[in-house]
Design a protein around this ligand. Sequence first.
Ligand SMILES: *Cc1c(COP(=O)(O)O)cnc(C)c1O
Length: 353
Amino acid sequence: MPPHSDLPLLERYRDLLAHLDETFAISLGEGATSLIHARRLGAELGLDRLYLKFEGTNPTGSFKDRGMVLAVNRAVAGGAEAVICASTGNTSASAAAYAAAAGIPCFVVLPAGKVARGKLAQALAAGARLVAVEGNFDDALEAVRQIGETGDAAVVNSVNPDRLEGQQTGAFEIVDALGSAPDAVALPVGNAGNITAYWAGFSRYADAGKTDGRRPRMLGFQADGAAPIVHGAPVAAPETVATAIRIGNPASWAGAVAARDESGGLIESVSDEAILAMQSRIARTEGIFCEPASAAGVAGVARLASEGRLHRSEVVVCILTGHGLKDPDIVVPDAAALTVPPDASAIREAMRR
Ligand SMILES: *Cc1c(COP(=O)(O)O)cnc(C)c1O
């Protein structure tokens, strides 16, 4: 029997997460996200058993909440009086919410002008104190790490091991939902914490005897303009529409390479055009609106399927890492609707176009 999904995430998987003997005061109802059988998209791609794990239904709309709940609880238990993070957006939205619930300040260091508006709105709404830097995410993270060393605030980026510890729960939930590990798991790779955490999660679940011992191939996808792991060297000026994976020097680089190699998987890149086309295709075929970065993994799976590198009967799970509402500017054109007089015949006329 899988653990009961009504329990807070950290209680549900308490026995699997590194010796949790504390109690956790703060929960926003994270985790327990849906694993959706994507029948229509799967049929188009030639995959009968394609599943989408929609992390957009987490409390702040991305998977970041799975690790942030543990990081902030631990920071508070350890006496931290503030938290700080560098962020491409979702980390700050999550940190701000959990810090608010804990009643401590949250400081956010952002790359100026490169964060999606919905994510900024979330951090501001929760009272986070924002500092924009004239640099990219990698520069922001380096500065935050230095501030963390002074002890002024607890760093809740994924360099904090509690983040990746909590993110393993995504893997546990997939095995619980399917009854065994899938053949392959695809996800976008930015700072590479999530692919590292998923692989650790599948391994830990297998070692704990919760599965038949099988583990999936890990399929990671970067954006063409921000693909350091694919090229084997940092990218000084990463560029992509998928701001959540606009990272040139991933903090968990080694973890991602280990996940790829130990699982017999791969890390490749996809174009911004393929990412945006797949974001819209997922919404139009399955009704699920994810953010651009989330579509990178599915775009990669589409290519592998078309090249015969995935087989029709394989169980393939794509992690849709965040909600599309976070970045509405990407999809809403200035004149999205035809404007007509408010009468039935004019509207009927417009419906025919
Ligand atoms: C953080 C994030 C990613 C990238 O995850 P990493 O752990 O940094 O590789 C991808 N998609 C979304 C929506 C994110 O918030």
